[in-house]
Design a protein around this ligand. Structure first.
Ligand SMILES: C[S@@+](CC[C@H](N)C(=O)[O-])C[C@H]1O[C@@H](n2cnc3c(N)ncnc32)[C@H](O)[C@@H]1O
Length: 257
């Protein structure tokens, strides 16, 4: 049975470049087995043969492996720490910040960053690079339309200024949308750009194996300028930050040395 899954991993990698072996096996296998069973395939070999011929099955598989849950100002207090402590230090002697929201899902995180930066910079001067492995999530991010539950942590002034209610949904204003540039990027395979002042990468590393996570921390470190900051998610604290040239700036924030 395990061989069947291992062969599936290798077929998917050859075909799509996505290496499922770098994700925690137990979790990933359970998620994909449930989906496979739901679609009526007895083994991963049959499931693979079907999904390479049926785009809908393929996108459903991608959707299941990528867990896109997000919201604006997720863990509000951390964004307050970012706004009041981390950002002012980053801005010292720096009138334009290079920012990357990695694994941005449907856009709530990079748009949150743009709204926070708008307190300090004119909107035309803000650019946040935002990337994800999932093209459908990126498409939704670019549309910028969200259900009410995604906005529950948005401060009132920002909600009034940057969102427009349409039925049960909220559309984000074009002026904030223009601050964010989206593209597809696989954190485990693609080249990283350099010279970032800030990298925000939250709630994705928990799905990776220890080795893969350490590799990604190392690449993030190389992508940051000296004094640049990496902002990670709840269960993604780095055990040995010094081995990646990081020092703890605040809980969940690491400064590159
Ligand atoms: C739970 S969401 C996190 C969204 C946002 N960062 C947040 O904290 O609210 C995880 C995202 O990681 C993306 N992802 C999974 N594997 C990835 C990879 N190898 N490279 C880039 N993104 C990946 C998924 O597509 C998904 O959108």
């Amino acid at each position: 049975m395990r061989d069947d899954y291992i062969t599936f991993i290798s077929d998917i990698k050859k075909r799509t470049g996505i290496d499922l072996a770098l994700y925690k096996e137990k979790q990933m296998k359970r998620r994909l087995t449930t989906l496979r069973d739901k679609r009526g395939f007895a083994n991963f070999n049959d499931y693979y043969k079907a999904l390479i011929q049926d785009e809908q099955l393929y996108f459903e598989f991608l959707d299941r492996m990528t867990i896109n849950v997000s919201e604006f100002y997720r863990n509000f207090n951390r964004w307050e720490t970012f706004r009041t402590k981390v950002l002012p230090t980053l801005m010292e002697g720096n009138d334009r910040l290079k920012v990357w929201s990695a694994a941005c899902s449907t856009g709530e995180e990079p748009y949150t960053i743009a709204m926070i930066l708008s307190d300090y910079f004119p909107l035309e001067e803000i650019t946040v690079h935002a990337t994800d492995i999932d093209e459908l999530a990126i498409q939704r991010a670019m549309e910028g339309v969200y259900p009410e539950r995604s906005l529950k942590e948005v401060p009132r002034d920002k909600k009034e200024k940057y969102f427009h209610k349409k039925g049960n949904f909220y559309s984000l204003s074009d002026e904030i949308k223009r601050c964010v540039q989206f593209s597809k990027h696989n954190l485990l395979a693609d080249r990283y750009r350099s010279s970032y002042d800030l990298i925000v990468c939250r709630n994705v590393l928990i799905y990776f194996t220890e080795d893969a996570k350490n590799q990604v921390y190392d690449w993030f470190s190389q992508s940051l300028v000296e004094g640049g900051v990496l902002f990670v998610g709840s269960t993604e604290q780095i055990f040995n930050p010094q081995s990646f040239n990081f020092e703890v700036a605040e809980t969940f924030f690491y400064e590159k040395q």
